[in-house]
Ligand binder design. Structure first.
Ligand SMILES: [Zn+2]
Ligand SMILES: [Zn+2]
Length: 302
């Protein structure tokens, strides 16, 4: 999966900082998480092909996460795309999403809106991208209903013809094993596992923003190559007012990453009152050494 953090700002965009949004591409198909004002400009700056977006995941209905949607959809319409586009959102957000769709007018592609459960974690396959890509949505704790998202790409076992030869599997029977069914050769049962290798470990990306640092997040993010998490402020004196608003500090994100034992943490959703989050780098590294003070347009591959 190719990942690009399009924007790292929370609340309001700054001259050099777009609002929080993340783009993930797998085999030419894209997933966009959140779409604040100006996301389409951030995508153009990062040289992302917006026509590839097949799925948009919205975390919640606050303006800094959703108001870029009509403009982005209109820009996608300009690319002559005709394939349907799926928008996933918490089920309480559907009224807002539909209202935003009203101002785009008729689009040359179909939009399918999927309502997500907001009381407990839900899990589904993102067939529009790859049937092996799993999406989990975790209800967070914010001033409105908000979901965290985790994408896990599983891998198929690779068929080993030399192993099938050794076991005397006739060519005409190999398709059955390929499809995951066992066969019998000379009275011996041959299972698909006997003629395939160990599957590669799955890749996981977890994106959590606009929430108190609730315990559930560390279990949710566990096993992630990359954990992208809100770091609204680094000034620990802001902790009380942060918690009242349903946000967390950069230090909270580092503690969650440590507990989840993720490979890398990228901070995002900085307050406009934190123009230079790098000043907290050393302090944060003492909590979780593999933290990155992300900047707009930061890319990686997992
Ligand atoms: Zn926000
Ligand atoms: Zn919010």
């Amino acid at each position: 999966m190719d990942i690009c953090l399009l924007g790292t700002g929370g609340m309001l965009p700054l001259k050099n900082r777009f609002l929080t949004s993340c783009y993930i591409e797998h085999e030419g198909k894209g997933v966009l998480i959140d779409c604040g004002e100006g996301t389409q400009v951030a995508a153009a700056k990062a040289q992302i092909k917006i026509s590839r977006i097949c799925v948009i995941l919205l975390t919640h209905t606050h303006a800094d996460h959703i108001t870029g949607l009509p403009g982005l959809l209109l820009s996608i319409a300009n690319t002559e795309r005709t394939e349907p586009l799926n928008i996933y959102a918490p089920k309480n957000a559907l009224g807002v999403v539909e209202a935003l769709l009203k101002i785009t007018g008729k689009l040359p592609y179909r939009i399918e809106i999927k309502a997500l459960e907001t009381r407990e974690m839900s899990t589904m396959r993102l067939d529009a991208i790859d049937p092996m890509l799993e999406l989990r949505a975790l209800p967070l704790k914010h001033s409105t209903i908000c979901l965290g998202y985790s994408l896990t790409l599983y891998h198929k076992r690779v068929f080993l013809p030399e192993r099938a030869d050794e076991l005397g599997v006739p060519l005409r029977e190999r398709k059955t094993l390929h499809n995951g069914e066992s066969i019998t050769v000379d009275g011996k049962i041959i299972t698909p596992e006997m003629v395939t290798d160990e599957p590669r470990a799955p890749q996981r990306l977890t994106y959590v923003t606009d929430t108190l640092p609730i315990n559930e997040i560390s279990g949710f993010a566990s096993g992630s190559e990359l954990f992208i998490c809100e770091g609204m402020y680094g000034d620990t004196e802001k902790k009380k007012s942060m918690n009242e608003k349903g946000h967390m500090l950069m230090q909270d994100a580092c503690a969650l990453a440590k507990r989840a034992e993720v490979k890398e943490l990228w901070l995002t959703h900085y307050s406009p009152a934190e123009p230079d989050p790098k000043i907290y780098k050393e302090e944060l590294r003492r909590i979780f050494p593999r933290v990155k003070i992300s900047r707009d347009g930061q890319k990686t591959v997992i």
